[in-house]
Design a binder for this molecule. Structure first.
Ligand SMILES: Cc1cc2nc3c(=O)[nH]c(=O)nc-3n(C[C@H](O)[C@H](O)[C@H](O)COP(=O)(O)OP(=O)(O)OC[C@H]3O[C@@H](n4cnc5c(N)ncnc54)[C@H](O)[C@@H]3O)c2cc1C
Length: 330
C-alpha cells in the first residue's frame, strides 16, 4: 500500500491492534497500523517478552514474545501496512472519514480503531552523565543492519538489551554490553546465546560495571575497581519504556481517566472511531490479552461495515473461507 489512504487505520500494535488489523484485513479491507515503538507487540514485547503467559487461548505457557510472533504471523499475506516509530498525534474529521497526523505524515481512513493500550510505550531518556556530548546516543532498538561494522555500546539489563546485543553481533557490529548488575533479564534461550557469544569472544560483556560518563568518543566505565575507556561510535541506552497517553488525550473522546468509553461494537462518541483493548472502558479491571482480542474482533468487524456498508457486520466463520492470497491447508 503506497497511498496515504487506507480503509482503516489502527493506532497501536499491541495484541488488540494486531488482532483488529487481522480481522479488518481478513474482511478484505486495506489496513494501516501506526505504532510508536520500533517493535510490534505492545506491552508484551516492551515489558515482558521473556515471561510466560498462561491465559492466552491456545498458547498455554507461551512467552510474551512468542505470543506476539503468532499474532504477527497471522497478518502474513494480508493487506496490512505497519508503520513503526510512528506516533499518532492528531485526529480530525475530513468530512467522510478521518485524518490522522503523525510527526512526518498525515494518513486518511474511513474508520479508526484505537488500540493504544496504556499509551505510547516511549523509551526512558538516558540518565547518563555526558549523554549530550556523544554524537550518537539512541534509546530504542535500532535498524540492526545499519549499525553493521560499527562499535556499539549497549547499556541496560532489560530483555531488549540482551537481544539487541545478539542481533547487532549477528549484523556485524562490534558490541560491548554493560549493566550495573551482574545479571541480565531475558528469555533463557537468549541468555544462553549471550553467554556462548561472550565465552567465544564474539561480543564483550562488562557487568557489573559502573558507567561513569559518556564522552564525545565513547564511554568511561569502572569494572572491578578499574577504569576502562571505550571508543564507541554508537551508544544504545535501553532502560525500559514508560506509557504516555498524552499524544491522544486531547482528542474529543469523552475520556474517563485513562479509558475511552466504548459503546456497542466498540464505538466511541466519534462516528467511525472504535476502541479495543486496555484503552476501552468496558474492559475495566480486565486488562487482559484475551479480553482485548475479543474487543478487537468486534470493533474491527463493525469498522469494516462502517467503511463498506455492503459488508455484513457478522464476519461468518473463518473456517468456511480460504485465507486471502493463500492456499488451503491440505
Ligand atoms: C508485566 C505484565 C504482565 C502481564 N501478564 C499478562 C498475562 O499473563 N495475561 C494477560 O492476559 N495479560 C497480561 N498483561 C496485560 C496485557 O499485556 C495487556 O492487557 C495487553 O498488552 C493490552 O493490549 P493492547 O493491545 O490493548 O495494548 P498494549 O499492549 O499496551 O499496546 C498498545 C500499543 O499502542 C502503542 N501506542 C499507544 N499510543 C500510541 C500512539 N499515539 N501512536 C502510535 N502507537 C501508540 C503503544 O506503543 C503500544 O505498543 C500483563 C501486563 C504486564 C505489564
Amino acid at each position: 500500500m503506497t497511498s496515504q489512504h487506507s480503509d482503516i487505520v489502527v493506532i497501536g500494535a499491541g495484541p488488540a491492534g494486531l488482532h483488529a488489523a487481522f480481522y479488518a484485513a481478513w474482511r478484505g479491507l486495506r489496513v494501516r497500523v501506526l505504532e510508536a515503538r520500533s517493535e510490534l507487540g505492545g506491552q508484551l514485547s516492551a515489558l515482558y517478552p521473556d515471561k510466560r503467559v498462561y491465559d492466552v487461548p491456545g498458547l498455554p505457557g507461551a512467552r510474551g514474545a512468542e505470543v506476539v510472533a503468532h499474532l504477527r504471523r497471522q497478518l502474513d499475506g494480508l493487506d496490512v501496512d505497519v508503520r513503526i516509530n510512528t506516533v499518532a498525534r492528531t485526529l480530525t474529521s475530513d468530512g467522510t472519514g478521518w485524518k490522522i497526523g503523525t510527526d512526518r505524515e498525515v494518513f486518511t481512513a474511513g474508520a479508526v480503531i484505537l488500540a493504544a493500550g496504556l499509551g505510547a510505550l516511549l523509551s526512558r531518556a538516558p540518565r547518563i552523565p555526558g549523554a549530550d556530548s556523544h554524537p550518537d546516543v539512541r534509546t530504542d532498538l535500532p535498524d540492526f543492519e545499519e549499525l553493521s561494522g560499527r562499535r556499539v555500546l549497549i547499556v541496560g539489563g532489560v530483555p531488549q538489551a540482551a537481544r539487541a546485543a545478539l542481533r547487532l553481533m549477528e549484523a556485524g557490529a562490534r558490541v560491548t554490553l554493560t549493566h550495573s548488575r551482574a545479571g541480565f533479564r531475558g528469555d533463557p534461550g537468549s541468555l544462553a546465546q549471550l553467554e556462548e557469544a561472550r565465552t567465544a569472544g564474539r561480543l564483550e560483556v562488562l557487568a557489573p560495571a559502573r558507567l561513569i560518563a559518556l564522552t564525545p568518543q565513547g564511554a568511561e566505565l569502572e569494572v572491578e575497581g578499574e577504569r576502562r575507556d571505550l571508543q564507541v561510535e554508537t551508544v544504545l541506552s535501553l532502560g525500559g519504556y514508560l506509557p504516555d497517553l498524552s499524544p491522544i488525550q486531547s482528542w474529543p473522546l469523552d475520556w474517563h481517566g485513562e479509558y475511552v468509553p466504548d459503546g456497542p461494537g466498540g464505538s466511541t462518541v466519534l462516528e467511525g472511531v472504535y476502541v479495543a483493548g486496555d484503552l476501552a472502558g468496558s474492559g475495566g479491571d480486565f486488562k487482559l490479552i484475551s479480553v482485548g482480542l475479543a474487543q478487537a474482533a468486534v470493533a474491527a468487524n463493525h469498522a469494516a461495515h462502517h467503511v463498506r456498508p455492503e459488508l455484513k457486520i457478522r464476519p461468518g466463520h473463518s473456517s468456511d473461507r480460504r485465507p486471502p492470497g493463500g492456499a488451503d491447508e491440505p
